[in-house]
Write a protein that binds this ligand. Structure first.
Ligand code: AMP
Ligand code: MG
Length: 268
């Protein structure tokens, strides 16, 4: 399955989210999904161990999407095999007073993984061109300048050894409603419901427009966006894990040799 290329937004490519079916499951069959995901999770564990040992590359995984798009579920199901020692998940909420007094990338930069680590962003600097735009939280000229600032920031990170994978979890408005309803009716999900979820839903079209611009303007050769049809959770998990495994394999990593001459060691 060469899925990563199909889902990737090429630099300069126009993005029309309404034309992409969130129910689609290209190049995959549901009956194979559980077995393949288990294989990917195992492989990710092996490759992450090597990433940590080699200490040359950092991998940053950015997850964005509408409310209830499945960002938390992806982290739970896809990242489950990785050793917590080398993975750092950061969830970005409304910026604190201290964060608001800094440039918008300050809190982001602090959370970028170092060499040998995998970093997962549950929301990210893309909120600063999405929710900020939808809610007029900054003047237009301020958020408009951010696309270029983000591209330059991500280029700098890439030049310094951070590989960036960005996933937009694409669900339909109907699927969102079903998932939000479940947060009301299922006691194990009540805690996930935010009082603003249904109000935000009314701005679906504004969010869609804001996301289309972000995906279009910030899919670069160094930090591409992937648009993942995400109504089907099994498909979402399968393709994201596939892209991560492909990327880690592409690092062509080696275990470093021992730091001392093993032949002179006295093992006693
Ligand atoms: P959740 O992911 O459900 O815990 O919600 C986090 C909330 O924080 C969402 O409503 C986001 O839109 C909001 N948020 C995250 N980053 C920012 C930001 N830079 N500016 C404003 N709101 C943000
Ligand atoms: Mg929420």
């Amino acid at each position: 399955m060469k899925i990563s290329k199909e889902l990737r937004v090429d630099p300069g490519q126009a993005v029309d989210l309404r034309a992409i079916d969130p129910d689609a499951t290209p190049s995959a069959k549901k009956e194979d999904a559980d077995k393949l995901l288990a294989e990917h999770v195992l492989e990710m564990d092996r490759l992450q161990y090597l990433l940590y040992a080699e200490n040359k590359h950092a991998l940053l995984i950015v997850l964005q999407g509408m409310d209830a798009a499945g960002k938390d579920g992806t982290i739970r199901h896809v990242m489950s095999g990785m050793n917590p020692q080398g993975v750092k998940v950061t969830s970005f909420k409304t910026p604190s007073a201290e964060e608001q007094d800094h440039d918008f990338l300050w809190r982001i930069h602090k959370a970028v993984p170092c060499k040998g680590e995998v970093g997962v962003f549950n929301r990210s600097h893309y909120e600063d061109v999405v929710v900020v735009r939808v809610h007029d939280l900054a003047p237009k000229d301020v958020w408009k300048a951010r696309y270029e600032q983000i591209n330059a920031f991500e280029k700098m990170l890439t030049d310094c050894g951070v590989t960036i994978l960005k996933f937009f979890l694409h669900i339909s408005k109907d699927e969102q409603l079903e998932r939000l309803k479940a947060r009301v009716t299922d006691p194990t999900r009540n805690w996930k419901l935010s009082p603003t979820d249904f109000a935000e839903r009314k701005r679906w079209d504004d969010y869609t427009n804001a996301y289309e611009d972000a995906l279009e303007k910030c899919s670069t050769s160094w930090a591409p966006w992937h648009i993942v049809p995400a109504n089907k959770k099994w498909y979402r998990n399968l393709v994201i894990s596939q892209v991560i495994v492909d990327t880690l394999r592409g690092f062509d990593m080696r275990y470093p040799p021992a730091a001392c001459d093993l032949s002179t060691l006295k093992i006693e």
